[in-house]
Design a binder for this molecule. Sequence first.
Ligand code: KIV
Ligand code: NA
Length: 277
Amino acid sequence: DTKVSIPSIIQSKKEGRKLVMITAYDYPFGLMADEAGVDMVLVGDSLGMVVLGLDGTVPVTLEMMIHHIQAVVRGCKGPLVVGDMPFMTYNTGIRDAIINAGRLMKEGGCDAVKLEGGVDFAPVVQAIVKAGIPVQGHIGLTPQTASALGGFKMQGKDASAARRIVEDAKALEAAGVFSIVAEAVPAPLGRLIAETVSVPVIGIGAGVDVDGQVLVTHDMVGLFDRFVPKFVKQYTKIRPTIIDAIKSYGEEVRTSAFPAPEHSFSMPDETLAAVKK
Ligand code: KIV
Ligand code: NA
């Protein structure tokens, strides 16, 4: 299969072709996303919550991201792979941001990076893009700063807050992003953002009138269900299937029903006899 390119992502908006993006954190999920034919795979810092059991995305480090991006990239030959920049790897200055974005790309092997923020981070985005690293923006609900936003809740509720989010999108476009993730905003605002900028707007809880959608795979398949946001659709619930399989295995181990002869290696009787001699 052919590799999805940055120009083809930008072009898709002009052609009215909706973009499909999901997250992956390891090799098997990278392979499955590739086989399912998505356009973009995000190695999100949601890694912290859905894979590492951390409280949020704040504790996720650059080293964790590099480790998981490497695994995803090994399985993901077709989709464009985007790696999240963790909290405080781009917030401390332009030089730090370029170096750390470069490490995600050079050591991790992703095709682009994503970072959270709008107007305030446009200079950082512009510098990374000028260094030759494609950047995806992320506005609306920005989980790394959820504490400052007052929790994981919808953003852009009143006119001034909504206007600020539109300004964020414009600033990111001017800074050179190739697309923008818009999270947890009212559907009409999602539509307005998508109509305002020329780059694709990828929604997550931003309604249907945007240029594509992204979901956390572990939410979408019911692999992580401790908290299911309103904007998540569970297309399947694989936790019970896996738990049942582990229970059956446990039962069969305890009753010696497993392993059966077909799961065991045989040895000729005479060989065994010779061993015992
Ligand atoms: O980390 C992540 O999975 C994300 C998506 C929710 C967009 O940033
Ligand atoms: Na993220």
